[in-house]
Design a protein around this ligand. Sequence first.
Ligand code: PAF
Length: 282
Amino acid sequence: MRTITSITEMQQWSSIQKKNGCRIGLVPTMGYLHEGHLSLVRQARQDCDLVVVSVFVNPIQFGVGEDFEEYPRDLSRDCQLLDQERADVVFAPLAKDMYPAGYNSFVEVYGEITEKMCGASRPGHFRGVTTVVSKLFHICQPDLAYFGQKDAQQLLVVKKMVEELNFPLKIIGVPIVREADGLALSSRNVYLNEQQRQEALVLSRSLQAAQQLIKDGERDVEKVRVHIKDIIETSPQAQIDYIEINRASDLASLERIEGKVLIALAVKFGTTRLIDNLLVEV
Ligand code: PAF
């Protein structure tokens, strides 16, 4: 496995591989890899001739007062894990090369899809994501790029950008990976103390309960929302950021549950903000 930090070198490597007819899969990450990331890498390994994993903690997708400085980083451990997964290249650019002094170009998807949920609580976050993802696509030139369903809104926003800006690649969404007790894997789980880790189970539990309520025939979005809220509020430390139930294809608001819906949560435990979601089809 090769580690590349230079943008030019990465771009040249990809150009050569593409000329040779190789299919490149890209897994964009911010590092501190867990089984969720590795499931993306395994999917890419199955689908593609060559697998590139980018590791870059993207400063412009963090808001003021968010955890950019504290975000966990361990590139040598990431490289070991990726070597075991038979990735071909780890692309780990430097922030000063990605965003040199005077940098002033951004990519933004407008509308409801970026304005609600994480877009409302983290202004500028998706602009940061779509900008860095566009740069990574131009540099790594993937045929396929892999994103986790855990960040459901990010997946939708990136898909929309790729479609509307005619990027010549396909976005693949990969299911959420959970701990045995239901907690969705996240690099931010390391911030939780024991008590918070235990209480964080209300996320997956409330989503399961919502799914059951819908299975039992409930179609009123507000009633399902309140049911989720009641379960989350059994955790003394949970501070709800949002509980949203929207149309899964474009996050349009709904009053009744019909078709494919995305139930998405963001909840803080202490200073740690966790997200989780579930797709339900009726
Ligand atoms: O999901 C993430 O880890 C990041 O948002 C991404 C897609 C790597 C962009 O920085």
